[in-house]
Every structure is written in C-alpha cells, then in structure tokens.
Design a protein around this ligand. Structure first.
Ligand code: COA
Length: 415
C-alpha cells in the first residue's frame, strides 16, 4: 500500500481522450486500472495520428500509462459474463461512451448497482440533462458550447478554440476528482454512486471568469480591462479579449528580440500595480511613476495600448529569456511564450517528472507526459501504455478463470 490509491480497482471502459485522462490520473496515483477494449481494434486512438506504421500512436500511449489492457467483446453473452465479473471485482467503472451506449450493452446504473452496490460509476458525456443530452461530443464542441470559444481570440476575428484540451483532458480531471470524492464518501456510506462530468459544464467551470464578466457587463456596460476599452463599443455579450489578462492586473503578449523570424519570440507581461514603479524604471519611463495620467491603476486603464506599446519597445531589445531574467529581479510577473519544442527539451520539467521518457516494446524509448500533480507520499512512476489485450489472461486468472475457460472465450471471439 505504497501509493495513494493502492488497492482501488478501476474498470476502465473509456476511449479517446476525456475518459482515459481521468483513469490515467487514477493509475498514476496507484489505482489498478483495467482498460477494457474491443478485440482486434481496441481504443480507436491506437490507430489515429500514427507516426510509426503499425505501432500504437502517441495519442494513445500518452493517455493510457500505468494501465492494464483486456480485450473483451461485451456484446457476446460470455463477454458480458466476464464484464459482470469485473463489475463485482472492481470499485469504480469509468466510461465515456455516447449517450445510451451503456444501456444498449445492458449496463444500466440500476443493473450495475445491483451487481455491486459499492461500485462507483463515473461518466463523461458531452452535455448534462437538457436539449443536447443525446448528442455525441468531441473536444472542440465542448469548447464552443462551454463559453471558451466565444471568449477566445481577437475581437475582429472569429471565435477560436484553445490548444489546451480543456473539453477532454479538463473534463477528465473533473471526473477524477468526482470519483475520489465518491470513494471517500463510500468509506462511511458504504454505497457506490453515479458521478457525471459533462464536458460543457467542465469547460464553463474553467471559463468562470467570463461568466463573471458577463454580469459585470450587464451591470456597467463596459469592461475596463478589455482591449475594447476605452475606444470600442461593447455589445451585450462578453467579447473576445485577445491576450488581455483575465484578472484585475492588465497584461498583454509583447514581441521580443527575434520575433520577425521566430513565431514564439514573445513574452507575457503583467503590469501588476504593486510593481508599477519598477516597470517604469526598467523601461526607462521614471516620469510615469508620479505622472497622474499613469500613477494609479484606474488612470492606466485609459492608456493600456500606449503603455504596452512602450513596454514592447523595451522587450523587443531583449530575447524572451533575457527579459524574463531582468523582470524577475524586480518581481514583475511575466512568462516566456514557450514552444512545444522548448517544453520538450526543458530540463526542469524533466527533473520534476512532468515530462518523462518511457520504454515501449514496439515504439522504443519515447517522450511523454508525467503526472502534473505531485503527492509527497505517493510519487508517480510513469509506466508505458499497454499493448492491446496484453493483460487479458492475467486479469481473467485473477477473476478465477482457468486455461480452458480462456480458450473457450477466445474461440468464441469474446476476448
Ligand atoms: N465490446 C462491445 N462493444 C463495445 C465495446 C466492447 N468492449 N466497447 C465499445 N463498444 C461499443 C459501444 O457499445 C458502442 O456501441 P453502440 O453504438 O451499438 O451502442 C460503440 O462501441 C461505440 O460507442 P460510441 O461511444 O458511440 O463511439 P463513437 O466512436 O461513435 O463516438 C464519441 C465517440 C467520443 C463521440 C462518443 O463516445 C461520445 O460522445 N462520448 C461522450 C463524450 C466524450 O467523452 N467525448 C470526448 C471524447 S475524447
């Protein structure tokens, strides 16, 4: 019992990204995650975006670390029997099938609860109850329906979806929290329960500052920290804010030395009120410290564009890393725009275990993500994703199936 979730058995009936993110987190925390996949094909992501012919894709391997893989056709009578044994054997079932798919497999909540009253059933769906509850949903649909797309991008352009997979991985994270919370409640209630994380709701939860701004806009008709202020007109919905800071401290992305050829030679610069005098000194505008047009945060809101244009003259004379070093000396909050190449090579992210290398029988040694959540008493050791059906026999034996049973299941196409 050396890991936080040692002893917890997860029946992982997830596919694609949202559900697998959740179960991967639980596996990183030490749960025994048994991924159930269709014989022959497995999780569709095994074959998607492949970079090496015939080898499980990075899409799959990055979402399924530390798991075991069992192949099982849940639509055959014997496959269903095995699945029901797994339901009795496990603590949690996680699924993210299209609405109604579990019921079509004969696995309603009532049936699962009858088989194992302690089982927690965690589900990702695109939408919660309502007009879209029967819809199939992928990442970008959730970003659009959850308020992220309408508030991302520039005001003179179309809605934009983020590269951060807040709909899939974001929802998986929400579901994982719901599951461990339900596991905790079970320690005193003794009962399982349903845990639902709709993707629209998870994205909205992550976009809550925009719902805050919607109400501020309705009350005051203006959002002072948005780039549309003071020149532009506001409509009746929160506009796209470009790179404006979501909080009360104005910020913007500024060009750095080399921007003409390097698409990531930029820095995020925040003009935090507490360090305003330091900002003025660094850029050589000491006069702004006492000038009443710039001296207070309120006054500065009227001049954010010229202020950032002046700061940018300074940042353009430095690389993003040089600017970071100087600004950090003054406690000025800022951040380099890091490319994925820079992140992949970052020695500190590797040291912390957030970016790791693992071996894989057919892919070889490769780079992948590690657990971003660090528990001091339950350190994560990332192990590679399983091959399709790699643990079918091992798990069946743990369930009490003998060699002959396994052969029969195989001959009937159930595993
Ligand atoms: N044995 C037998 N059948 C299996 C099986 C197994 N081991 N595993 C899956 N299946 C079946 C399911 O029962 C389902 O059959 P049905 O359509 O006859 O009911 C079918 O495979 C596939 O399920 P479905 O979820 O509809 O897959 P899809 O590829 O058509 O849709 C999504 C993919 C992601 C759009 C859909 O699953 C979805 O909307 N999920 C919820 C939201 C979500 O998680 N989206 C984000 C994904 S990253």
């Amino acid at each position: 019992m050396d890991k936080a979730l040692s002893g917890v058995r997860i029946l992982d009936f997830t596919h694609v990204q949202s559900g697998p993110t959740c179960t991967q987190l639980l596996a990183w925390f030490g749960a025994d995650v048994i991924k159930v996949e269709r014989p022959g094909e497995g999780d569709a992501t095994r074959g998607q975006l492949r970079d090496i012919p015939g080898v499980d894709s990075l899409y799959f391997t990055m979402l399924n670390h530390n798991k075991r893989s069992v192949t099982l056709n849940a639509k055959t009578p014997r496959g269903k029997q095995v699945l029901e044994s797994l339901i009795r054997h496990c603590d949690v079932l996680v699924e993210n099938f299209a609405p109604g798919a579990m019921e079509r497999m004969g696995l309603s909540w009532e049936h699962i609860h009858k088989l194992n009253p302690r089982m927690i059933v965690g589900s990702v769906k695109g939408f919660g109850p309502g007009r879209y509850e029967d819809c199939k949903v992928y990442e970008n649909v959730a970003q659009c329906a959850g308020g992220a797309a309408s508030t991302t991008g520039f005001d003179d352009g179309p809605p934009v979806v983020s590269g951060a997979q807040i709909g899939d991985s974001g929802t998986g994270l929400h579901l994982a929290l719901g599951i461990v919370t339900a596991l905790y409640q079970r320690t005193h209630s003794g009962r399982g329960q349903k845990v639902l994380a709709p993707m629209q709701d998870a994205v909205l939860n992550l976009c809550r500052v925009k719902l805050r701004d919607q109400q501020r806009l309705e009350r005051t008709h203006v959002l002072h920290e948005y780039p549309q202020y003071p020149d532009g007109r506001f409509g009746d919905a929160v506009p796209r804010a470009g790179n404006a800071s979501g909080g009360g401290q104005p910020g913007w992305i500024l060009r750095c030395k080399g921007w003409e050829t390097d698409p990531n030679a930029y820095i995020y610069f925040i003009t935090q009120a507490a360090v305003w005098p330091a900002v003025c000194r660094v850029i050589g505008e000491e006069g702004w410290i006492d000038d009443e047009a710039y001296a207070t945060p309120q006054a500065r809101l009227l001049h954010l564009k010229p202020i950032f244009a002046r700061i940018e003259q300074w940042t353009m004379s430095k690389t993003k890393f040089e600017a970071m070093e100087i600004l950090n000396e003054y406690d000025i909050p800022c951040g380099p725009i890091l490319s994925m190449k820079e992140i992949a090579e970052d020695p500190w992210l590797r040291k912390s275990g957030t970016v790791v290398e693992v071996d894989h029988p057919s892919r070889g040694r490769h780079l992948t993500v590690g657990n971003p959540i660090k528990l001091s008493d339950s350190p994560t050791e990332v192990t590679r994703a399983p091959l399709l059906g790699e643990h079918t026999e091992q798990v069946l034996k743990e369930l009490g199936y003998g060699d002959k049973d396994v052969e029969l299941l195989r001959s009937e196409g159930a595993i």
